[in-house]
Ligand binder design. Structure first.
Ligand SMILES: Nc1ncnc2c1ncn2[C@@H]1O[C@H](COP(=O)(O)OP(=O)(O)OP(=O)(O)O)[C@@H](O)[C@H]1O
Ligand SMILES: [Mg+2]
Length: 459
């Protein structure tokens, strides 16, 4: 599709000449002689010009007034004004309204070509950005938070509400893989700052000194190696959102600086003299119990209270197993499309295994397992053999550390239990039969016999 150019010019000769010239250059050109006609083009014929080239004074009014009226309808169009009666007042107003440029007639065609090309580049960049925002908006809409459990419904409601108000900071808590990162994206992209940047920083990924310079930036010469000035993430997130992941890992001294920045919305680059105003909203996430970390003296109480004005908690998957069905179907559909597969049927034994598992890695773990299964599927039936959940027996986290949990609901026979106990101990000892025998209070010979009997792996 050719780029479109709308020309508003009442001088017949000039208008025709411009239209002919730009058509020759490959533009799809529309020429009108009055503002009323231009309005009709935009409103009724839905012409959405990349560039609008307009005379200033037209028989039915001033083009700047017209621009003020239609700017919203065609907001990623660049406006270029041509006039024979240029006045300073008009040019100032043109700039204030966001016009691309203002040229006096007569203007050589070569110069006009350059201006129109520059305006087109700028409008294209704006459109690219808008498309990106639109894509992200639909990619991270509220609907991407899958699940019908009461906890998930409540979370969606809270996220929806929060996206509509200008909050300054918020904390998302939840175990690993529960969707904290996803919720942060949904909050940003369905909120008022969607057009601004979303800047992410994982506080656990960088050592202390680097974290500070990442956040606040630095001036040239602030420290060895700081050759050029660098804007920090606070500045980069201006008008948008700064997402601080794993906030519990930040060290106390930096926490103090962060608190100051969050309270004053003003930062100073390392080695810098001036303070810089920043307009950011902070979303922090952690899988730790922040209150407990505060109690241990590893997290500042004042920062905790400042950030934690609003807390969105995402419960682990095992506490909202009602979501399993929707999530599984969602991930199967996603991966069917990704790998060109066609899984339609999930055997009930698969559902049983999925429901019986305790999901320590939460939704991320589920997503990865489903991805593997879809990738390896050969037909329409979900391939149970690739499920390979780490431990098919449900167990509590505490039991997993200090002992073994065995369900007494008839799902395991005595023999299964013995096999399971030996397998589990071998896993924990890295297949070391001598160590496993010690843990089980038996001899190596006895254990070796059982290992062979049950076809287990041991060395
Ligand atoms: N409710 C949900 N619906 C659909 N997908 C989800 C949902 N929650 C999480 N996911 C997906 O699960 C994966 C893990 O989520 P995410 O990375 O947001 O977890 P996290 O809580 O940030 O984990 P970590 O603490 O390890 O950083 C992502 O691929 C995410 O898109
Ligand atoms: Mg995360």
């Amino acid at each position: 599709m050719r780029d479109s150019l709308l020309i508003i010019e009442d001088e017949k000769l000039l208008g025709n000449e411009l239209a002919r010239h730009f058509s020759k250059q490959g533009w799809e050109t529309t020429l009108v002689r009055t503002l009323a006609e231009a309005g009709k083009c935009i409103q009724e014929q839905r012409v959405d010009p990349l560039v609008l080239l307009s005379d200033m004074n037209l028989p039915d009014g001033n083009a700047l007034d017209f621009m003020g009226r239609c700017k919203d309808a065609i907001n990623s169009t660049e406006w270029l004004f041509l006039t024979g009666y240029g006045s300073v007042a008009d040019s100032v107003r043109a700039v204030r309204l966001g016009a691309y440029d203002f040229v006096e007639k007569p203007c050589a065609l070569e110069r006009l070509d350059l201006l129109v090309e520059g305006a087109a580049r700028s409008a294209r960049a704006q459109r690219r950005l808008e498309n990106q925002v639109r894509e992200q908006n639909s990619r991270y809409s509220l609907r991407t938070l899958t699940g019908k459990s009461p906890a998930m419904c409540m979370l969606r409601d809270m996220v929806e509400q929060m996206a509509q108000v200008p909050f300054s900071s918020l904390v998302i808590t939840g175990e690993t893989g529960t969707g904290k990162g996803l919720v942060a994206k949904v909050l940003h992209y369905s909120g008022k700052r969607a057009k601004g940047p979303l800047v992410e920083l994982n506080c656990a990924a960088l050592p202390h000194e680097l974290l500070e310079s990442e956040l606040f930036g630095y001036e040239a010469g602030a420290f060895t190696g700081a050759r050029k000035r660098r804007r920090g993430l606070f500045e980069q997130a201006h008008t948008g959102t700064l997402f601080l992941d794993e906030i519990g890992e930040m060290d106390l001294e930096l926490q103090g600086k962060l608190l100051k920045a969050v309270e004053e919305l003003r930062i100073r680059r390392l080695g810098g003299e001036h303070e810089i105003d920043v307009d950011v909203q902070i979303i922090a996430a952690t899988n730790q119990d922040l209150q407990q970390v505060v109690g241990e003296g590893k997290f500042r109480q004042d920062l905790y209270h400042r950030l934690n004005v609003i807390n969105l908690h995402i419960p682990p998957l095992r506490e909202r197993m009602e979501d399993l069905q929707d999530l599984v179907q969602f991930f199967i559909a996603e991966n069917n499309a990704k790998f060109g597969k066609n899984i339609r049927e999930i055997p009930h034994t698969v559902w049983e295994k999925l429901r019986g598992y305790h999901w320590p890695g939460n939704i991320r773990e589920l997503r990865n397992i489903i991805e593997r299964c879809v990738l390896l599927a050969t037909g329409e039936i979900f391939p149970e053999q690739w499920l390979q959940l780490p431990n098919q027996v449900g167990r509590s986290a505490a039991a997993a550390e200090n002992g073994i949990f065995l369900p007494l609901d008839g799902t395991l026979t005595m023999q299964d239990m013995e096999r399971y106990i030996i397998q589990e101990v071998l896993e924990r000892t890295g297949n070391n039969v001598a160590a496993a025998a010690r843990m089980l209070g038996t001899t190596r010979e006895t254990l070796r016999y059982r290992v062979q009997k049950y076809h287990l792996k041991g060395s």
